[in-house]
Design a protein. Structure first.
Ligand SMILES: Cc1cc2nc3c(=O)[nH]c(=O)nc-3n(C[C@H](O)[C@H](O)[C@H](O)COP(=O)(O)O)c2cc1C
Length: 171
């Protein structure tokens, strides 16, 4: 029934340090606080990512575009850092934490874990934003422009969508 809330944006969660760095796909990501900025992500204990976030208490939320869909699918269907050999992404140093960012992503939000709580079959990791990088062309002035980048959203199962290249104003 949770698909009734879809389409939802899809993100890549980077975890781990050095050779151990791993990437998984995640739809269940949200903003929790403005000051300070805090993000939440629901990660099943069955994911290798869960082990890495629990160990290093850090994660990066990377924002992929439609061009990265093949990599998103690998990240979301295969387990452990071995999958990175099949992916075309480049891991680069983050600005404030040891967990790397993804060079090809539209944005990378660097978080330090401040809380972790189990809800049903997932753990809700809460991270405080400590650093961020983004592509100026996708986020001119720090806000998204759907006409400049193909932001990725998940519709259901193997189906993904992007936004129409048009802005509708509320007034
Ligand atoms: C589009 C998409 C979204 C996903 N969202 C989540 C999510 O929000 N939370 C989660 O625990 N798993 C999610 N998954 C499943 C994990 O990405 C998948 O199990 C992955 O293989 C875990 O990798 P790991 O074991 O290397 O950490 C999603 C998968 C896909 C394809």
């Amino acid at each position: 029934m949770y698909h009734l809330l879809y389409p939802l944006r899809t993100y890549l969660i980077v975890s781990g340090h050095g050779e151990e760095a791993n990437v998984m796909a995640a739809d269940w990501v949200t903003v929790l606080s403005h000051k300070p900025i805090m993000l939440g992500v629901a990660v099943s204990p069955r994911r290798y990512t869960h082990k890495l976030i629990s160990r290093y208490r850090e994660f990066v939320v990377s924002v992929p575009d439609l061009d990265m869909l093949k990599d998103v699918w690998i990240a979301g269907t295969k387990s452990t850092p071995a999958k990175l050999r099949e992916m075309r992404i480049t891991l680069v140093p983050s600005t404030k934490i040891e967990t790397p960012s993804i060079k090809e992503a539209l944005a990378n939000l660097e978080c330090r874990v401040v809380d972790a709580r189990d809800y049903g079959d997932h753990t809700w990791f809460v991270g405080k934003l400590v650093g961020a990088t983004y592509r100026e062309e996708a986020f001119p002035g720090g806000v998204p422009d759907v006409r400049k980048a193909d932001f990725l959203a998940h519709s259901a199962w193997t189906e993904f969508v992007t936004f129409e290249k048009k802005i509708h104003r509320s007034e």
